[in-house]
Write a protein that binds this ligand. Structure first.
Ligand SMILES: Cc1cc2nc3c(=O)[nH]c(=O)nc-3n(C[C@H](O)[C@H](O)[C@H](O)COP(=O)(O)OP(=O)(O)OC[C@H]3O[C@@H](n4cnc5c(N)ncnc54)[C@H](O)[C@@H]3O)c2cc1C
Length: 748
């Protein structure tokens, strides 16, 4: 073969640049590389590349539920919600009652994601999200029993990687609840850095049914495992070695996943943790010298060492479904109850929802609910269209759970004592206690924000970086120079165009960027374009100037991730507004949601520039992309008040916002809603009394301010208000557990 002829450019420019790239590339473990490669990119790439094509967003159809999915939601899900009693579960029984387990199994709740050919429901991600959202609105513990089997775990791993034999054995049994699954990854030493687990196995010969069998001898000690204490089959991650070289020359074979029936000799399950006072089964488990045959490896012997890749692939999509559904449920309950309670609870002779301090909190709840629910729907649409957007599902995991935390905190504050005192009448405190669970699982939030969102987004969404890294890692140097050379000049062109675009939009306040629609939404689209271009170029400069060190500069990368996330959330809110026919009543919600996110993105951009490690570059970037500082301001107070009003009055916008949670006349939320609607109806009567400074209904009647009929209705409504404002109290014996406490509370 002819020797490679290097051009002048390749020798004096490309090769030195390639050497430099190699020197600044972050050191990456195999597991990090696999995590980075998981899933697909979608609209996140548009936002990261600086010139989003909004038609890709606006043309994405929002999936509708099939008749069967809707019937399941209206039938078994409603029925399950009717019987769930969160106080009974978390306080009295500290366990999921058998009746609920039986119902859940019989109705196929454990096989929502399992294909129909294996006896499951084969529902869409959208349907699964709606189902979990409704159940979670009745209490987190019951929801987790449905979430765990239908998210990352044995079922999903089998569907993606199982052998035909494994699928036909396990999937029907998982779908109908004959088997209860759990997945054990986390151990004492390995939490966020799960790949550093010390749980290990060696390839060994053993005996199964009297026959000499090739397999693995496994020792493990896992903790925090959901459904672990009651599971019948445990999916297990461990590191496999072959010290006796039974399989070949290689000794360290890597992370491997197996399915282990918990009746296997040496397996110990049963002890429980008590996470956030939630009663779903969660606990540690161990295995001592457990011998399992090779064909218990998920996907069979060929999948030895592929465990990490299998896990991150499954997680890439899964993160976008269950936790966002649970979070949105919490937010909708917060919006529904805070609007109503703020309206009926009077202090200083006024509904507390009239006080600006309360309005500020209510507006945050309502606009976040609108936005996160919009992003939930949009991400589900992408998943149902076959995408596995790993970056966006991480965005959803982080922002949905954080928004739920904010909304629940605000709701607790507005309800004050009513939310603090625990008991069957309290519809907020259980979710409040459960929030740290959602924050922690599937990638604890600090790490998700600081490391994962931008870390993965910057490389996966970039038009050239991944290919350049691949080129830099080629074994043949000449081939590497050739490949790198081709990419380099396209990359330089992209950077130049992005810089021009970012500067142009920065200096013109984004006003000249093209929006996909006319009217009041248009300025928001323009700001998204301005900030997207700024993100693309600041990201480019960050990677070039910091190289591998950017991985350790988490405060910078977290903020770059915030810009991407908030642009996505703003897009989702605008798309929701368009998809729902642009109802005028919803505009304050959408407008407030978008403004909040654009302000957060603009502030994050400023903070990145303010803290840019190379100060000269920071000044240069400020001059180019943010010459006038933060342009997108927070929503004005008047807008916040209008948003607060949408949930503090019985509006159609409130109904749309909180659609999908369980509300019935005989539960606390239903009673609250009834009192709220009555009081809203009687507002003109109350206004007359307020104006006359008369508080007593009898006095108002005596003075002829209101009619007899109005007085009767007001008295009835005020009695309902007093009833729903009550909290529980208990005898000391009930609290110490010496007598069953459930439903023995009195109200005060
Ligand atoms: C109720 C509950 C249920 C669970 N269910 C399961 C289950 O079914 N199966 C299972 O295998 N596991 C399960 N887990 C484990 C869960 O996935 C881990 O708790 C999680 O991965 C975090 O690990 P850790 O708690 O040890 O925190 P640590 O890893 O000790 O992290 C501590 C803090 O450091 C931060 N951090 C760590 N590394 C970085 C970094 N590089 N950059 C920035 N911040 C970082 C984290 O964000 C966190 O805030 C469950 C946990 C809980 C609490």
């Amino acid at each position: 073969m002819a020797a490679h002829q290097e051009s002048f450019r390749q020798r004096y420019l490309t090769r030195p640049l390639l050497d430099w790239v190699r020197s600044v590339l972050p050191a990456m473990s195999e597991t990090e590389r696999e995590a980075l490669a998981a899933g697909t990119v979608w609209f996140d790439a548009e936002l990261m590349r600086g010139n989003p094509d909004f038609s890709k967003l606006l043309d994405m159809p929002i999936p509708r539920l099939s008749d069967e999915e809707q019937a399941f939601l209206d039938g078994p899900v409603e029925e399950l919600c009717r019987v769930i009693d969160d106080w009974q579960i978390t306080f009295a029984e500290r366990d999921i009652p058998k009746a609920i387990w039986d119902f859940v199994k019989a109705q196929g709740f454990l096989g929502l994601i399992i294909p129909r050919e294996y006896g499951g429901k084969g529902f869409s991600s959208t349907a699964n999200s709606e189902i979990v959202m409704k159940i979670a609105s009745r209490g987190p513990s019951a929801a987790v029993t449905v979430i765990v089997p239908n998210s990352l775990g044995p079922g999903e791993l089998l569907m993606l990687f199982g052998t035909d034999k494994q699928k036909s054995h396990w999937l029907p049994r998982l779908a109908d609840g004959r088997e209860i699954p759990a997945f054990g990854l986390t151990s004492l030493d390995a939490g966020s850095d799960a790949a550093s687990m010390t749980d290990h196995a060696i390839v060994a010969w053993g005996e199964v049914n009297g026959k000499k069998t090739l397999g693995m001898r496994i020792n493990w000690s896992k903790r925090y495992i959901s459904l672990g204490p009651i599971c019948t089959v445990l999916g297990l991650a461990f590191k496999l070695t072959d010290p006796d070289h039974i399989l070949g020359d290689e000794e360290d074979l890597g992370i491997t996943l197996a399915l282990i029936p918990t009746t296997t000799k040496g397996v110990s399950i049963g002890r429980r943790h008590y996470p956030g006072m939630q009663a779903f089964p969660n606990g540690p488990n161990t295995g001592t010298d457990v011998f399992v045959p090779m064909d218990w490896i998920i996907g069979g012997q060929d999948r030895i060492g592929q465990g990490w890749r299998m896990l991150v692939t499954a997680l890439a999509a899964g993160r976008g479904v269950m936790l966002p559904a649970m979070s949105v449920a919490g937010m909708k309950v917060a919006a529904f109850s805070t609007g109503a309670y703020g309206r009926i609870r009077e202090q200083f002779n006024l509904p507390v929802s009239r006080f600006e301090g309360v309005q500020e909190a209510a507006a945050r709840i309502a606009s976040d609910t609108y936005k996160i629910d919009a992003a939930r729907r949009l991400t589900l649409a992408a998943l149902d269209a076959g995408e596995k957007p790993a970056v966006l599902t991480a965005v959803m995991k982080y922002h949905a759970t954080e928004a739920m935390r904010r909304a629940t905190n605000d709701a607790m504050d507005v309800h004050s004592g009513k939310a603090v005192i625990d008991g069957p009448r309290n519809y907020l405190s259980s979710a409040y206690r459960a929030i740290p669970i959602a924050i922690t699982v599937e990638g604890a939030n600090i790490m998700t924000r600081s490391l994962m969102i931008y870390g993965q987004g910057s490389i996966r969404c970039h038009p050239f970086i991944q290919e350049e890294i691949d080129a830099a890692q080629m074994a043949d140097d000449d081939e590497a120079v050739e490949a790198f050379d081709k990419l380099l000049y396209r990359h330089a062109g992209y950077t130049f165009m992005t810089l021009l675009r970012a500067a142009w939009r920065g200096w013109t306040f984004g006003l000249l960027a093209r929006a996909p629609v006319e009217g009041r939404e248009a300025p928001h689209y323009r700001q998204i374009k301005r900030l997207s271009a700024a993100l693309a170029i600041v990201s480019e400069f960050s990677m070039v100037t910091m190289g591998g060190a950017l991985k350790r500069k988490e405060m910078i990368s977290a903020r770059l991730g915030d810009i991407l996330s908030h642009l996505y959330l703003a897009c989702a809110a605008l798309k929701r507004f368009a998809d729902t026919g642009r109802p005028a009543e919803d505009w304050p919600l959408c407008d407030h949601a978008v403004r909040t996110s654009l302000n957060a993105a603009d502030e994050a951009l400023k903070e990145v520039i303010d803290n840019f490690p190379m100060r000269l570059v920071g000044w240069y970037l400020r001059l180019k992309v943010q010459p006038f500082g933060v342009v997108c301001s927070k929503p004005r107070d008047r807008l916040a008040q209008r948003v607060s009003d949408t949930i503090s009055e019985p509006t159609a916008a409130r109904d749309r916002l909180t659609q999908g949670i369980y509300v019935a006349a005989d539960i606390e939320l239903g009673k609250l809603d009834h009192a709220f609607r009555l009081m809203a109806e009687l507002e003109p009567v109350k206004a007359v009394m307020r104006k006359a400074r008369v508080r007593s209904v009898d006095e108002a009647r005596r003075q002829g301010l209101i009619t007899g009929n109005e007085a009767a209705r007001l008295t009835e409504a005020m009695e309902l208000v007093r009833e729903v404002s009550k909290v529980d109290d208990f005898s000391p014996e009930e609290l110490t557990g010496r007598k069953p406490a459930a439903r023995k509370s009195r109200a005060a």
